[in-house]
Design a protein around this ligand. Structure first.
Ligand code: BGC
Ligand code: BGC
Length: 790
């Protein structure tokens, strides 16, 4: 974003304001640059900053918790939008609102300051982890796991470049990408953010993404127009936690762990990555955000990283002895910027006090601030940068989701398809009559996956939230027509005709982070399997297209299909799938993760335990028959239905309804209920459920229950009756809730002892406005005989 110096600067912006020559003065045209250039170096600016403003450079709040007025007052160095934050409180805000808000922050952060203090614009960071996918209308590229299957660094460089342009169109400066995790246990909910289980492949592709986003250091245009700052994340060990538990502990010999999980960092650092994000996980018990030997001695000393270390979402608060609002330990360990979405005010105050009382040496503060200022200098912000909408690409809406960018995404989709089985059905014959089944076939939110418009993706998103996108079905229909054949969409199968071939599209519902953690590799949703079997019973050849964020145990589906394609999470350009099915492009995708032979979930990172090894995948030249695969899976018969709500997610067959409005994952609003995510042990793992007077919330499960255990808290007692009903009478719980007021998280047990009768649903109703917070609801058969308790 380096722009020519000055020109149309207005008061309060850029150089003129930095020199404080502006108060009350008319716009300055050509300021005396040379004489003042020292004052504009990061060091020169630092020398003129107050300690309050220095501390503010290290505090990164979320746009959902600040107003431009807060920015004007505090002058945060940086700000972010989390996956669930959109401009003006709207996740689905039109693209123009992002730019408008970026301008508002720019103006607030560049308003003149008294006493010659320099004015330093705030920069905004976003999670453009597969395209600028928080923004409606952006090109949504396949997730990293799919890019790993392309193995194509040059393609990934082009994806980075297209993504950077789209980010800049909306006025944002910095992305929290690429993730260079080496996922080694596919139960981890972030496996799809990893290019590969192979550290070398991750290193190569991660560095390519950095170059695409930022340009190459030392070359013209580096971090210039159409380029944004990148972040290598999460340092380090994110992909190595025990049992694939997100934010968990990584155990083992440090050198061995580094050889796998830190291996991609030298390449990213060599490519000039501007920032590194500290990881949520701990290593042998010590949380990374407080880990001086690794964040400083290792990352800076041995790996030679000179950029900025940014924290992860309240990650500092997880360090022993810290809270979100108070954690000098993180800065002392080597963190430069705290990602503190909500509690920024309290953190600013505590850091300030700690600098004043010497807990934090001034030299450490200055060092961290300098890194923030250097990032801004590299972005061109002190060299005549203007407000986002006045920049060369600001508001160039034709570049957002442009045909050129979509073509790159479609190419990536095609190159990422991995053919695992083919008895000769593929490529599809020209002129074929095709039936396309499966609820994922015409489902853009599902093919986009997590980190798409919203943090979790899916849920209540629809095709309308992805304007310009193409579903897998759309692509197949167009290709079938072009080949002289025809396709029909029959989501639940069984249209009356006899097609030449059936394509069944099925897979994982979207998720992000810990919400996607699982205990095993069994895929319990049998929709695809049932469809494949029903076509096979009619003698119709089948092609299985599996959408997923990771390899899963697919033995049953592989047995039932005549061809099987791992399609990953392709994003907005579903037509790339048809390009391969119809042989318009070769099948060149190769597994970047070992595919498990068993469903137990034991990590497979190599030939042992693999059904298909790393690098597997076939072209059309040869047929691929498989022996009949073992379909036994103990995990499938275990009771997975006990959790009705846990870790921020409803159980597989559980629904939450506010009268007629469905609340996916117990989030959203409808008929007097507003359910929002709140943090108990992890981000948004609990819900704050606000009832309007007379509102009702019902949860239904597949099985009837003898009792429930509910972890809940009440901050203010109800002022009118609240009842719960589960088959029998409405039972008044007002008294229980009143006793719980202000006592923190507690457990409520509900059985037929108070409910009279139980069933497969629970209905809460409140006669007046009342707020209940819930973190867990589990069905409990052993509670049958128990008394109810609060
Ligand atoms: C994730 C990061 C992300 C950040 C901001 C965290 O929960 O771990 O990858 O960049 O949130 O959304
Ligand atoms: C995500 C954010 C998201 C937040 C919700 C984080 O883990 O990375 O982007 O908005 O959780 O609380």
């Amino acid at each position: 974003m380096m722009r020519p110096l000055l020109g149309q600067l207005s008061c309060g912006v850029g150089l003129a304001a930095l020199l404080s020559a502006c108060a009350g003065a008319p716009p300055v045209a050509n300021a005396p640059v040379a004489a003042e250039s020292v004052a504009l170096t990061p060091e020169g600016l630092l020398a003129r900053m107050s300690v309050e403003r220095k501390v503010a450079q290290l505090v990164m709040p979320d746009i959902g918790s600040i107003t431009p007025e807060d920015v004007r007052q505090y002058r945060f160095g940086t700000i972010l939008n989390g996956g669930n934050s959109g401009p003006y409180g709207d996740d689905k805000a039109p693209a123009a609102d992002w730019l408008k808000l970026a301008d508002a922050y720019w103006e607030a952060s560049t308003a003149p300051l008294p006493n010659g203090e320099p004015v330093i614009p705030s920069v905004w960071a976003t999670d453009a982890v597969h395209g600028h996918a928080n923004v409606i209308g952006a090109t949504v590229f396949p997730h990293n796991i799919a890019l790993g299957a392309t193995g194509d660094a040059e393609l990934i460089r082009r994806i980075g470049a297209a993504t950077a342009v789209e980010i800049e169109v909306t006025g944002i400066d910095w992305t929290f990408a690429p993730t260079i995790a080496v996922a080694r246990d596919d139960r981890w909910g972030r496996t799809y953010e990893s290019y590969s289980e192979n550290p070398e492949l991750v290193a190569k592709l991660g560095a390519a993404m950095v170059e695409g986003l930022q340009g190459r250091p030392g070359e013209p245009g580096f971090l210039g127009q159409g380029k944004v700052a990148a972040t290598a994340k999460h340092f380090f060990g994110d992909g190595g936690t025990a049992q694939g538990v997100d934010q968990g502990d990584v155990n083992g010999d440090l050198a061995e762990l580094m050889a796998i999980h830190a291996a991609p960092y030298p390449a990213a650092i060599g490519a000039g990555v501007a920032s590194v994000m500290a990881s949520f996980n701990s290593i042998n018990g010590g949380k990374m955000h407080g880990n001086g030997p690794l964040l400083t001695a290792e990352l800076r000393g041995n790996l030679g990283f000179q950029g900025l270390v940014v924290g992860d979402w309240n990650g500092h608060g997880q360090v022993t002895g810290c809270s979100n609002a108070d954690c000098p330990e993180a800065l002392l360990a080597g963190l430069d910027v705290y990602m503190v979405p909500e509690e920024w005010k309290a953190l600013h105050a505590s850091l300030l006090a700690q600098v004043r009382d010497g807990t934090i040496p001034m030299a450490r503060l200055d060092e961290a601030v300098l890194r923030v200022l250097r990032l801004k200098a590299e972005l061109g912000i002190f060299a005549g940068e203007v407000k986002p909408s006045a920049r060369a690409l600001g508001g160039k809406w034709d570049l957002l989701g442009s045909p050129e960018h979509r073509a790159v995404a479609r190419e990536a989709v095609a190159k990422s398809q991995v053919l695992l089985k083919n008895l000769g059905v593929l490529p599809l014959k020209p002129g074929a009559r095709i039936e396309v089944a499966g609820s994922a076939a015409d489902n853009i939110p599902q093919q986009a996956g997590g980190w798409s418009v919203t943090w979790q993706g899916g849920g209540d998103l629809t095709e309308a939230d992805f304007p310009g996108a193409t579903s897998i079905w759309d692509g197949i229909a167009a290709a079938a027509r072009a080949s002289g054949g025809e396709a029909v969409l029959a989501p639940s199968g069984g249209s009356t005709g006899t097609p030449d071939v059936a394509i069944v599209v099925f897979g994982e519902a979207p998720y992000a982070e810990f919400v996607g953690d699982r205990k095993d590799m069994a895929f319990r949703d049998e929709e695809g399997l049932t469809l494949l079997k029903s076509y096979r019973a009619k003698g119709i050849p089948t092609v299985a297209v599996f959408l997923s964020g990771r390899p899963l145990w697919m033995n049953r589906e592989l047995n039932a299909a005549d061809a099987f394609v791992a399609a990953w999470l392709p994003g907005s350009e579903g037509a790339g799938v048809a390009d391969v099915l119809f042989g318009q492009r070769p099948a060149t995708g190769r597994l970047s993760f070992s595919w498990p032979a068993a469903c137990d979930g034991n990590p497979v990172n190599g030939p042992e335990g693999a059904l298909f090894p790393l690098g597997y995948g076939m072209g059309f030249e040869s047929l691929q028959r498989l022996p009949v695969l073992d379909e036994t899976c103990a995990a499938l018969t275990q009771d997975a239905g006990a959790a009705w709500f846990a870790n921020g997610k409803l159980g597989a067959q559980v629904q939450a309804v506010a009268d007629n409005a469905l609340l996916p994952d117990l989030r959203g609003g409808g008929n007097g209920i507003t359910a929002t995510g709140i943090d108990r042990k992890a981000q948004e793992d609990a819900r704050r459920i606000a009832f309007a007077g007379g509102a009702k919330l019902t949860l239904t499960g597949a099985e009837s229950a003898a009792g429930w255990r509910i972890t809940y808290q009440v901050t203010a007692r109800p002022s009118a009756p609240v009842t719960v009903k589960a088959g029998g009478n409405a039972f008044d719980i007002t008294q229980g809730l009143s006793v719980a007021e202000g006592k923190g998280w507690r457990e409520m047990v509900l059985t037929s002892a108070c409910l009279g009768q139980t069933g497969s649903s629970l209905t809460f109703a409140s006669q007046s406005a009342f707020t209940l917070e819930i973190s867990e609801i589990t069905r409990d058969e052993s509670a049958a005989a128990a008394e109810c308790s609060f």
